[in-house]
Design a protein around this ligand. Structure first.
Ligand code: DP6
Length: 361
């Protein structure tokens, strides 16, 4: 496979086609356990990653399409009911780059509207949910117009492939529970081009991820710029090998249900991600004092109670607290009393592993 695998010059409209329609999808965000950090040209990851699919944090996207007259605008985009020129430009560029995969797109006029379930300033990354929701709509339009992609797993593989081109981590959002992206030797079906679903012990299908908003400020380094820093990071080769090794260990833990070892690996990945940023050139410190206090308190709680409550981090200061549903009451008491005071305006966004993207219309 390569980046041209889904090129298809036959997907053009003929006069007999019924060319009006609408597609709506809701697609969730995801939280990486083994992190994707570093990529090659063509949005190819330097190492495999695995994530939990969330449920509450999602994007809802609707694409209305009709034949495009010569005077018609190609794309009209609204975000939460208003025009959003910077997002619109990114979407137009993205759709323009898909012309060999979906040649019919240029023949249509597209009205795209999108909204997130989470607040814009929450520091929750929206590219995974928004790019996957859009990719699902595009594949759905192909299916409606050409009768292709009738097989569900082929549909999701293509949607994952298209999502990746929009934002790497987005390709993991289309599947329920757990998704693995990037070539990982022992798993034949794994691919650098799209994610595949992965099934662990039942306990991982209802895990909690409560996001502590330590700061809702805009990120000081975009993920694309962050990935690029890995090209000159002196520890890059060691890191890519570590990710492979951590993948082997974490998959084992998710098969056996060894939560304590699992959490150790998840925290190791979060710390490594931030350590890599600190020793990049230029260097970034994306944690805030509140992030460190949260981490200390989470570790102290675990030490005192022996309960499997862990943290992970994205490329930002907010802390994701992970715990199995079986300890939800105790975990939430702890979060309320010891973590809430550290959150900006007391903001903690509770989330849980979910079943993946859903078609709405
Ligand atoms: C730290 O997927 O946002 O969240 O491919 O450039 O869009 P682009 O990057 P993006 O990077 C996500 C990085 C991460 C780790 C992860 O989700 O695996």
């Amino acid at each position: 496979m390569n980046n041209h695998h889904f090129d298809n010059p036959d997907l053009i409209l003929s006069h007999g086609h019924s060319n009006n329609g609408v597609s709506s999808w809701q697609s969730p965000s995801n939280i990486a356990l083994i992190k994707y950090w570093g990529k090659s040209t063509g949005q190819i990851p330097k190492n495999p990653s695995i994530s939990m699919t969330l449920s509450e944090a999602h994007t809802y996207t609707t694409v209305k399409y009709q034949p495009r007259g010569s005077q018609d605008e190609w794309i009209k985009f609204t975000f939460e009911g208003a025009e959003a020129p910077s997002f619109a430009a990114r979407i137009e560029k993205f759709l323009g780059s898909l012309s060999s995969i979906f040649p019919f797109l240029k023949e249509l006029s597209l009205a795209i509207s999108s909204e997130n379930s989470f607040p814009h300033s929450s520091g929750i990354a929206s590219s995974a949910s928004s790019m996957s929701a859009l990719a699902l709509c595009l594949c759905d339009i192909e299916r409606a117009l050409f009768g292709t992609l009738s097989d569900d797993s082929a549909f999701l593989a293509k949607a994952s492939f298209i999502s990746r081109l929009g934002s790497g981590s987005a390709c993991r959002s289309v599947y329920p529970h757990l998704a693995l992206w990037g070539k990982y030797g022992p798993l034949d079906e794994s691919s650098d081009y799209y994610a595949v679903p992965w099934q662990g012990q039942e306990v991982f299908n209802s895990f909690h991820d409560d996001v502590v908003i330590v700061s809702g400020e805009k990120k000081s380094v975009s993920s694309s710029a962050g990935h690029a820093l890995m090209d000159t990071n002196p520890f890059a080769a060691t890191r890519y090998q570590q990710a492979q090794d951590n993948m082997t260990s974490i998959l084992e833990c998710m098969q056996t249900g060894d939560l304590m070892r699992w959490g150790e690996i998840v925290e190791d990945e979060a710390m490594t991600l931030h350590a890599l940023m600190m020793c990049s050139h230029p260097s970034y410190i994306l944690m805030k004092p509140g992030t460190l206090i949260c981490i200390d308190r989470i570790r102290a709680f675990r030490q005192e109670t022996g309960l499997p409550l862990f943290f992970t981090l994205d490329a930002g200061p907010n802390v994701h607290i992970l715990y199995p549903d079986s300890i939800a009451d105790k975990a939430q008491d702890f979060i309320k009393s010891e973590i809430m005071p550290l959150a900006e305006n007391g903001r903690i966004i509770p989330d849980q592993v979910g079943i993946g993207a859903k078609q709405m219309v």
